[in-house]
Design a protein around this ligand. Structure first.
Ligand code: ATP
Length: 247
């Protein structure tokens, strides 16, 4: 079960490639994607979610590609995505927004409405189901974003910087949630936060300037910074030993 990029190239602007003939596999149950600003993480996620179409190469989830129209619709049913900036849909309640996302992914209206209950339960938003989504806090809105990503029973969910801007308590709630959900859904989570990395993630990919500079299991990543420091400290040191960052 893996998300596989084969010889993928992508440029937002002509002659400024962000990904060049990239081959990379996300095979973990819950993978963290780290990298400095501008490394190409969101671009990589966008291609993996099939919202960006690679200029060359192929992306596939469990062997299913995203190139043709029909293939892409099926791909998006299986692969959910939470972009960096998610918004409240004006006028919709929390439950309506979750159901709407399911309907957009091809569920019937009835099925989307029914499944939204379970999706909100999974992200602990049941009590707020009737509230207008624009009244949610930042942390609640991210949780609604996850509900939207899993409402159609996605197999893999890509989360792009889901904890950016959240306070430490909300970050903790979010991590707990991903830990729980990852028993049944696979995750790739892009983040700048290395705290508690060892508690949630079983695999790490570090991306720098469009290139993976590390891919392996979490123990192997922490092993880059041997010593008796806390896992948080070791994760930060390991990260620093790998990246060069933006120029
Ligand atoms: N829509 C766009 N149009 C033009 N260039 C873009 C666009 N989106 C990203 N880029 C460029 O692509 C490169 C990779 O950006 P990307 O957002 O993928 O990096 P990132 O690792 O997610 O960064 P951050 O951690 O800051 O969010 C950067 O040089 C960025 O300026």
């Amino acid at each position: 079960m893996s998300l596989l990029y084969t010889d993928c190239s992508f440029a937002h602007r002509p002659r400024r490639p962000v990904l060049s003939s990239l081959t990379l596999e996300f095979a973990g149950r819950c993978t963290v994607l780290l990298g400095p600003n501008g490394a190409g993480k969101s671009t990589l996620m966008g291609v993996g979610a099939s919202v960006l179409v690679p200029d060359a190469g192929r992306v596939e989830w469990r062997g299913l590609g995203a190139s043709g129209r029909r293939e892409r619709a099926e791909y998006r049913r299986r692969v959910g995505w939470l972009p960096q900036h998610i918004g409240a849909v004006p006028g919709l309640t929390v439950r309506e927004q979750a159901a709407y996302a399911g309907w957009l992914k091809g569920l019937s209206k009835r099925a989307a409405w029914d499944r939204s209950v379970r999706a909100l339960e999974r992200v602990r938003l049941t009590e707020l189901a009737g509230r207008r989504s624009h009244e949610l806090s930042g942390g609640q809105l991210r949780r609604l974003g996850i509900a939207q990503a899993v409402v159609h029973e996605a197999e893999l969910v890509l989360l792009d910087e889901p904890t950016a801007g959240l306070d430490p308590v909300q970050r903790g709630v979010f991590r707990e949630l991903v830990g729980e959900l990852s028993e049944s859904v696979r995750f790739v989570v892009s983040t700048h936060q290395t705290e508690d990395l060892a508690d949630i993630y079983d695999a790490v990919v570090v991306f720098d300037r469009g290139v993976p500079v590390f891919q392996g299991d979490t123990a192997g990543f922490l092993g880059l910074a041997p010593g008796d420091g806390s896992p948080e400290r070791r994760a930060e040191d390991a990260y620093r030993s790998l990246v060069r960052g933006e120029v």
